[in-house]
Write a protein of this length. Structure first.
Length: 349
């Protein structure tokens, strides 16, 4: 009798272990094959993604173990016809089992936390020759400020970084809580009024990546976006020099092109056309007022005020506070003039 019982009990355990191993292997393979994250554009991204891979290795078998025991128990210990009135078997504790199921998760958690701490320590470590960038969040735009030794800081609402040049961001908010996040860099931090938060990254890949706000901050939260351009050190130097000498005009030198500023931001500013309809520019978004209606017949002073002080007069049917209030800061005088001239010429025509 004793021998037979032993065999009966061992069979499901062997069955569970074999199926658990197969399911875990499939789960881990699928987990590692799926592209969970955007491109890795910083050295930090590589460490963070390794940590996630390790979590997949560990968490899939845990999930499979729990599910197999649950499913086995449902099948094996279910109530059969005629057992409705019966009590379940009296169960007493198993000290050995309790020690195992307390110690094992504790060991796994301590090991994972230790590895996560090592990763965090590594990605937050100070780097030689860090460049400082001040990041300011406000409803609903980002301003990036590059302090210049002995001169006025360069301001932009597009983020430009040089590849392999370590950066430290100093993040502030002017109004409510925002969150400065470049998913391709994997790091993010809240921008909190009255506080200065910081983090470091080292860009490792050329390209343009989205900058997003990751904290619900009001009606314009979803449009509080910008771009992070990782360029070569030489291109970064040229960009900085160009921004430093606004008299020389936009990227191409000479007078900035109002239409280019409007449609694609000309590499310097958030494009107006991503929120506004304007027939001449061929844009058709309705986040903000249709400028063919709102600016028709208006003079240059009105148009200029609409850009730098957007909340002074709100077109009917639109909320105040949606359009960023930082264009007076982030557009150069020439760029502003070019936009005003362009809009005065084409709006409503
Ligand atoms: Cu700023 Cu959401």
């Amino acid at each position: 009798m004793g021998k037979q019982r032993g065999r009966q009990e061992r069979t499901p355990v062997v069955w569970m272990v074999v199926h658990g191993l197969i399911a875990s292997a499939f789960g881990i393979a699928a987990g590692l094959a799926i592209d969970w994250f955007p491109e890795q554009a910083s050295t930090q991204a590589e460490s963070v993604d390794h940590l996630y891979d390790l979590l997949i290795w560990v968490s899939v078998p845990v999930f499979v173990t729990v599910m197999i025991i649950v499913l086995f128990s449902v099948q094996h210990f279910r109530m059969r016809p005629g057992e409705e009135q019966l009590d379940g078997p009296p169960i007493h504790g198993s000290t050995r089992l309790e020690i195992i199921w307390t110690a094992l998760p504790a060991i796994i958690l301590v090991a994972l936390c230790s590895y996560a701490w090592v990763v965090l320590n590594d990605i937050e470590a100070a780097q030689p020759d860090e460049m400082r960038v001040n990041v300011t969040g406000q409803q609903f735009a980002w301003t990036f400020e590059y302090p210049q030794p002995g001169g006025k800081p360069v301001k932009s609402n597009q983020l430009y970084l040089a590849k392999s040049q370590p950066v430290r961001f100093f993040v502030k908010a002017l109004d409510v809580i925002h969150d400065f996040w470049v998913p391709a860099f994997r790091m993010k931090v809240d921008a909190v009024p009255g506080l200065e938060t910081k983090y470091r990254i080292t860009p490792s890949r050329l390209g343009t990546y989205p900058v997003v706000c990751a904290e619900l901050c009001g009606l314009g939260h979803s449009v509080m976006r910008s771009s992070a351009h990782v360029v070569t050190p030489a291109a970064f130097k040229a960009w900085l020099a160009d921004r430093n000498a606004p008299a020389a005009g936009g990227a191409g030198g000479g007078t900035p092109d109002g239409k280019a500023l409007f449609t694609d931001g000309n590499g310097t500013a958030t494009a107006c056309g991503s929120c506004h309809t304007l027939a001449d520019a061929g844009t058709a978004s309705s986040t903000g007022p249709d400028l063919d209606e709102a600016l028709a017949g208006k003079d240059a002073a009105f148009i200029r005020d609409s850009i730098v002080k957007p909340d002074d007069e709100i077109a009917s049917g639109f909320q105040d506070g949606i359009m960023p209030k930082n264009y007076g800061d982030t557009l150069s005088q020439d760029e502003l003039d070019a936009l005003v001239t362009y809009l005065g010429k084409v709006a409503g025509k």
